[in-house]
Design a protein around this ligand. Structure first.
Ligand SMILES: Cc1cc2nc3c(=O)[nH]c(=O)nc-3n(C[C@H](O)[C@H](O)[C@H](O)COP(=O)(O)O)c2cc1C
Length: 385
C-alpha cells in the first residue's frame, strides 16, 4: 500500500540483528543516529515488558544514504545489532549445524504464528517460524519510521500516540489536543496513558494479570497534526489514506482492529451526530468537530488524523494453554518463551512509526520532489503551506 516509498526489513529475533532499507526517501533531510535512538528507546519503555527489554538497548546504525548529516536521496540502510546475539550465536541461530543445547520446539502456541507457520513452510521446528514472526522485527520499523518523522517534522507535521485502554481499564480524558504535549505526557507515563488515575489502575491490572500467569491487550490511539488536505485519494481503492493506514496498523503483530475517528460508534449514531460541519474561521475553511478523524473520502481533510488500534493479549503465557505436539501428536501444553505480559504501550510507538511511513509516502505522492526543499516548494505552490 506504499506508492512512492519502499521499505524492507530482514532479521530474526535471536539472529545477529535487524536490517532495514528505506527507498524513495528525499535528499536534504537532517538525520542523526541519536534522533532515531530516541524512538527506539520509546519503544522499549512501557510497563509489562519482560526480560528482553533489559538485555536490549537498541541502536540503529545508519549504514548508507547519509552525508554530512543530511540524507542523499539514495537508499537508506539501517542496522540494529541484537545485543543477546553473543549469548546465542552458536546455538539458537547457527547458520550451519543444529546445536544439541537447543531442542526443537514442537508444541505450538495458540494465538501465535507457530502452527500455521510450520504447516506453511513444512518445518518440524517451530523456532524456524517464531524467530521471524516475533515482534522483534518492529524495532526496525520504528527506526525507519523515525527517519520519516525527521522529514515530516521539517514540514510541521507531528505524530503522537497514547494508550486509551488496557484490559477493562479505560482512560477518561486526554487532557490536551496538542501532539507534542501528548507525546511528552505519554512518554512520562509507564503505560503511555494521559489519564493518571486510569494509568495507575492499568499498572495494577497488568500486575494482577502477570501474577495469574496471563496476558492482557488494549487499545492505543495514534494522532497526526499539521497535515495538508488532499493526501490519499478517492479515485482508487488502494490510494485511500484510511485504507493505507488501516493496512499499516493491522500489519503490526497482534493488532486486531483499526478504527478511524468515531470508529465503531458511527454505527449507532445518526448522521447529524457523526458528520463534521464546515465552518469559516479567520478566513479558513475548517470543521466544527472532528468525528471523521481527519479523513473523508479517503483523503486527509486538514484536521488531526486520529486512528485507534486494538491489540489482543500476548499469546505466550506463563501458564500456557493446551496444545498438541506436532511430532508425537500427543496433547501437551504450549511452548513457553520469554514473554511480555502487556505490550500495548510499546505497540503505540510502533503505531506512530507506521503512521510516519504512510504519511511520508502520501506526501511524496502528492507533492513529488527529490529533495526536502523541492517538496517544500511544491507544497507552498499548492497553497498547502
Ligand atoms: C511490541 C510487541 C511485543 C510483543 N511481545 C510478545 C511476546 O513477548 N510474546 C508473544 O507471544 N507475543 C508478543 N507479541 C505478539 C506476537 O508477536 C503476535 O501475537 C504474533 O506475531 C501473532 O500475530 P497476530 O497476533 O497478528 O496473529 C508482541 C507484539 C508487539 C507489538
Amino acid at each position: 500500500m506504499l506508492h512512492r516509498l519502499k521499505f524492507l526489513t530482514a532479521g530474526e529475533s535471536h539472529g545477529k540483528g535487524l536490517s532495514g532499507i528505506l527507498e524513495g526517501f528525499p535528499a536534504g533531510v537532517p538525520l542523526t543516529e541519536a534522533y532515531i535512538a530516541q524512538d527506539l528507546a520509546r519503544r522499549q519503555m512501557g510497563y509489562g515488558r519482560g526480560g528482553r527489554m533489559k538485555i536490549e538497548t537498541d541502536h540503529a546504525e545508519i549504514l548508507t544514504g547519509l552525508r554530512h548529516g543530511k540524507t542523499l536521496g539514495s537508499p537508506i540502510a539501517l542496522w540494529i545489532q541484537n545485543r543477546d546475539w553473543e549469548n546465542w550465536k552458536l546455538d539458537k541461530m547457527s547458520h550451519t549445524e543444529p546445536s544439541k543445547s537447543v531442542p526443537e520446539i514442537t508444541l505450538p502456541r495458540p494465538g501465535h504464528a507457530d502452527l500455521a507457520g510450520i504447516q506453511k513452510f513444512g518445518f518440524t521446528d517451530i523456532r524456524n517460524v517464531l524467530e521471524r514472526s516475533s515482534a522483534r522485527e518492529t524495532a526496525m520499523r520504528v527506526a525507519l519510521g523515525a527517519v520519516c518523522r525527521a522529514f515530516l517534522k521539517e514540514l510541521g507535521i507531528e505524530i503522537a500516540s497514547h494508550v486509551i485502554q488496557i484490559g477493562p481499564i479505560k482512560a477518561q480524558s486526554a487532557g490536551t489536543d496538542d501532539c507534542s504535549s501528548i507525546n511528552t505526557n505519554a512518554d512520562a507515563s509507564e503505560v503511555r496513558c494521559l489519564d493518571e488515575k486510569a494509568g495507575d489502575q492499568m499498572i495494577k491490572h497488568i500486575d494482577d494479570t502477570r501474577r495469574q500467569g496471563d496476558s492482557i491487550g488494549g487499545i492505543f490511539e495514534v494522532l497526526a497534526s499539521g497535515l495538508p488536505p488532499g493526501l490519499g485519494s478517492y479515485t482508487h481503492w488502494d490510494r485511500k489514506l484510511d485504507a493505507r493506514l488501516a493496512a499499516a496498523m493491522m500489519s503490526i503483530n497482534a493488532m486486531k482492529s483499526v478504527t478511524i475517528g468515531d470508529g465503531l460508534n458511527v454505527a449507532e449514531a445518526s448522521g447529524s451526530q457523526v458528520h463534521d460541519e464546515i465552518i469559516i474561521e479567520e478566513n479558513k475553511i475548517r470543521r466544527a468537530s472532528n468525528h471523521a478523524g481527519g479523513i473523508e473520502g479517503g483523503m486527509s481533510n486538514g484536521e488531526r488524523i486520529q486512528v485507534q488500534v486494538s491489540m489482543k493479549p500476548i499469546p505466550t503465557l506463563a501458564r500456557p494453554l493446551r496444545s498438541v505436539d506436532i511430532k508425537t501428536r500427543e496433547p501437551g501444553i504450549a511452548h513457553k518463551e520469554r514473554t511480555d505480559a502487556c505490550a500495548v504501550p510499546a505497540a503505540s510507538v510502533i503505531g506512530e512509526a507506521m503512521m510516519a511511513l504512510v504519511l511520508t509516502d502520501a506526501i511524496l505522492e502528492k507533492f513529488g520532489g527529490d529533495s526536502l526543499e523541492q517538496v517544500k516548494t511544491h507544497m507552498a505552490a499548492t497553497g498547502a503551506r
